[in-house]
Design a protein around this ligand. Structure first.
Ligand SMILES: [Fe+2]
Ligand SMILES: [Fe+2]
Length: 430
């Protein structure tokens, strides 16, 4: 079921004013010029990074009971990470593993703590401190309303920072960034580090809680962009291979209520073949999940690039392989929403089946303008597009029982779009 913007405003108590923090009447808070510049660079300070300069949280398995802490910096041998429950007793301690971060003297430090209580706030300490960091586990069930943010194509400029600040104000349970994080191209440690520093600095919510980061691979994480080897994702995989251990695609299950299926649009793994076979199995197992999201970097339904291949270029169109191999599976196996980026616009498609508008179809939200921008093609020129805008943005996903609200917020805090989905699409109609 599709919910109109008006219905959304009606059904959400208090409307958007209470649902989303759009700058608290102080738009200057989110203006690019008000945002602080990125911190340290490799060249400026290769050895004096403190863990808190790059500390971010992520997940390797169920976010209701685990957390993974990571930071980049000089080797901290024999470090431990302690997680302190609200009662203050029974600290959980995890050993920190570390390994080189390529092309630098820095190390990636990683510690995973398991066996946590769902829906609980904790404190986290590295070694003997001095700082204590706050975080929370995901709720056990989707009975409570909660929200998270998504986007893609960030970079390290002032717009990316402004959207970080705006995203953090929404108190999201996590952020999903689907490709083109810092634009390191697999070659610039300085850029990759700046992205992580910005994230560590700004993706902290108003209550002081760190916002865990989930990502998938984009072309700008990989040397050459496409058809690379794992080693070509020079800086990305050493940070995210906790989830992408053997493959550059993965599924992350949040209890039994939410799944994110994270795909690789040909940067390291080919779209057709093994990845598609894996995808079919993964979606079949999850088709009744109350909230089933897929995300990938290159869009099946682009808002800027050309979807059809050209006889002159001899190259396939943008998203052609997605549409051939993946979209039929999305339609058949209960995928609620696809999040895709790479084109640097705001876009929302109609619900689509076989590329055509269909009320039982799958909507595609994107198109990657957290910190990068292009002018989209007019929606009238591409019948699959429902809404487009040239706007830096990220999207807040608010889950309320069976209802999902997807609110695209522009960098200024202005609401660019509100879209709602509800319940499951009828399965196996494809
Ligand atoms: Fe991009
Ligand atoms: Fe891209």
């Amino acid at each position: 079921m599709t919910i109109s913007r008006r219905a959304f405003l009606r059904t959400t108590a208090g409307g958007l004013a209470t649902a989303f923090v759009t700058g608290s009447g102080s738009p200057q808070d989110t203006k690019p010029e008000a945002a602080p510049p990125p911190r340290l660079s490799v060249e400026a300070a290769p050895t004096n990074l403190l863990p808190q300069d790059t500390l971010f949280l992520t997940w390797q398995r169920d976010p209701t009971t685990t957390i993974t802490a990571q930071w980049i910096g000089p080797e901290k041998a024999d470090a431990t990470v302690r997680v302190i429950p609200p009662t203050g007793d029974e600290w959980k301690t995890a050993k920190v593993e570390f390994r080189p971060w390529p092309k630098t003297d820095l190390k990636v430090h990683r510690a995973e703590v398991t066996g946590l209580a769902p829906g609980t706030e904790y404190l986290l300490q590295i070694g003997k401190g001095p700082e204590l960091f706050r975080f929370r586990t995901m709720p056990a069930k989707a009975t409570d309303t909660f929200q998270w943010v998504s986007g893609g194509d960030c970079g390290t400029n002032a717009h990316a920072i402004a959207n970080n600040i705006l995203a953090a104000k929404q108190e999201p349970h996590f952020a999903l960034i689907s490709g083109d994080l810092g634009y390191d191209n697999g070659t610039s440690a300085k850029t990759a580090l700046a992205f992580v520093q910005n994230y560590a600095r700004h993706m902290v919510d108003p209550k002081g809680r760190l916002i865990p980061l989930v990502t998938c691979l984009g072309n700008h994480e990989v040397r050459g962009g496409y058809n690379g080897k794992r080693g070509d994702a020079t800086f990305y995989l050493p940070l995210f291979d906790g989830l992408y251990k053997d493959t550059t695609y993965a599924a992350l299950d949040f209890g039994d209520y939410l799944s994110l299926v994270l795909l690789d649009t040909g940067h390291v793994a080919k779209i057709a073949g093994e990845q598609t076979d894996w995808l079919e199995g993964v979606l079949k197992e999850r088709e009744d999940r109350p909230h089933l999201f897929v995300t990938n970097h290159v869009p099946a339904y682009p808002s800027y690039r050309v979807p059809e291949g050209g006889p002159v270029s001899g190259k396939p169109g943008t998203g052609e392989a997605n549409r051939q191999h993946w979209c039929p599976l999305f339609e058949r196996h209960g995928v609620d929403v696809v999040l895709e980026h790479h084109d640097h616009t705001f876009k929302r498609t109609h619900p689509l089946k076989g590329g055509l508008r269909d009320k039982y179809g799958v909507p595609y939200l994107g198109d990657g303008s957290w910190g990068q921008l292009r002018a989209p093609i007019a929606a009238e020129k591409r019948p699959y597009l429902a809404a487009v805008a040239k706007a830096y943005h990220m999207t807040v996903h608010r889950l309320e029982g069976e209802a999902r609200y997807h609110v695209a917020l522009e960098e200024s805090g202005r609401v660019a779009d509100v879209y709602g989905t509800h319940g499951k699409r009828p399965a196996k109609r494809g």
